[in-house]
Design a protein around this ligand. Structure first.
Ligand SMILES: [Fe+2]
Ligand SMILES: [Fe+2]
Length: 205
């Protein structure tokens, strides 16, 4: 019961309280360049997608940590999850600076990701870590795509995304180092489809 309350509290905080960051926001002290309305709206959309992705990451890690049997795996999940909280804070700040808003669908994606994380966790730590590694690889690639899409003038957003991309790659490497199992191709493909639904909807809603 206590555990349930702790986890529920975590969910509420992720969804509704401002996230905190220990590291300074990458690019946070750079001056904001003047963007056109269309550019500003586009970047806010990209940042909304990334913010939603970080909400999903919180839920995935939470679900996986609840189910993991190995204390060292749980510790690694918590460490990575702390960095995801920072990503949450960074994207949140950038959305506010751009005058945008967070995705209305965040609670929905949180619930789905939590269930998925728990499912991965139930399959045992090697699969759990495999799921984590693949998620991080896909997020890393996705962030690379955003770097290409950002207006050249927006160095601030670029700095934030660049650091996030470095962190996600490290999360994947850590999972592989801990013995992640390579996922079957169809599972990876299904994850990509799901990610695509998330990114296209949260860009708009
Ligand atoms: Fe992240
Ligand atoms: Fe990550």
């Amino acid at each position: 019961m206590d555990q349930l309350i702790v986890e529920f509290d975590k969910a509420l905080r992720t969804l509704f309280a401002p996230a905190r960051t220990v590291r300074p926001v990458p690019g946070g002290d750079m001056p904001d360049t003047l963007l056109s309305d269309a550019q500003r709206e586009h970047v806010a959309g990209l940042m909304r997608v990334n913010h939603c992705g970080e909400i999903c990451a919180q839920a995935l890690y939470q679900g996986q940590a609840i189910m993991s049997r190995d204390a060292s795996v749980r510790r690694e999940l918590e460490q990575a999850s702390n960095e995801e909280t920072e990503h949450l804070a960074w994207t949140e700040q950038r959305i506010a600076e751009l005058g945008g808003r967070k995705s209305l669908l965040n609670p929905l994606w949180y619930g789905g990701s939590l269930a998925l994380g728990m499912l991965a966790g139930r399959l045992g730590d090697r699969w759990n870590l495999g799921f984590l590694a693949e998620t991080e690889r896909q997020v890393e690639a996705h962030l690379g795509g955003h770097l290409d899409q950002l207006p050249a003038e927006d160095q601030k957003s670029r700095e934030t995304i660049r650091q996030m991309k470095i962190d996600e790659a490290r999360h994947a490497d850590t999972a592989i180092g801990l013995g992640a199992q390579e996922l079957p191709g169809p599972v990876k493909a299904a994850m990509k489809i799901m990610a695509r639904v998330m990114t296209t909807t949260s860009y708009r809603v």
